[in-house]
Design a protein around this ligand. Sequence first.
Ligand SMILES: [Mg+2]
Length: 241
Amino acid sequence: MIKLLAFDLDGTLTQHKTPISEDYRKLLNSLSKKYKLLIVGAGRCKRIRNQIGDVPIDIIGNYGMEYCKYDSESGRDVMIRSVILPTEKEELLIRAQRLRERFGFFEYYGEPLEFHSSGCVTLPLLGTAAMLEDKLRFDPTREKRRKIYKDVVDAFPEYNVFIGGSSSFDMAPKPFDKLYALEDYLSEHGISESECAYCGDDYGVGGNDESVLHSDVKFIKVDSYLSTGKFLEDYLSNEAN
Ligand SMILES: [Mg+2]
């Protein structure tokens, strides 16, 4: 019996950094009367809330470094956790440069690494100021990044590394990743892994939903956010439960 429905956001309920559709908002509102709802996202809680809109749903952001609880009385988010960890910038820049030299990604525009205020780091292979069309053309199948994924993981052992965006790697300080954050939430609410279903689109090697795929949580593989509504309807009508 499923008690919690958890979701990735970008690529699962909507396109990257885009508000969800009115239809999905209505479906989520209906589902909230039968299930606890949770977003487990890579971005900040505030951005996720702006995309989701008015839905009674708890939000985990930045791979668990942020956590907001929805307060049903006020209809507002209450920030429960906002972790900020220090970054050894100089050291990380040296390691990133070594990787660039080893694999031939010498040319980049803007900065070679992007440091986020939370302590998360992005390694944009084309640089922080690369043109969008160049980024989209760079690695649409992710093949280039999958080839060097293990080397990037080895170069940054204090981070969980994900293949993100169109041409970059996203890094969250250990132990933060989606499974770690989800398990923490489940134990807080006394819900077991088998009582949770999770929808995610990034379940391939190096994807930021991959950790959840390898757990006992029921994983619903999303290959287009347009088809997620079908799963939502199934859960609403109880057919999936
Ligand atoms: Mg996604």
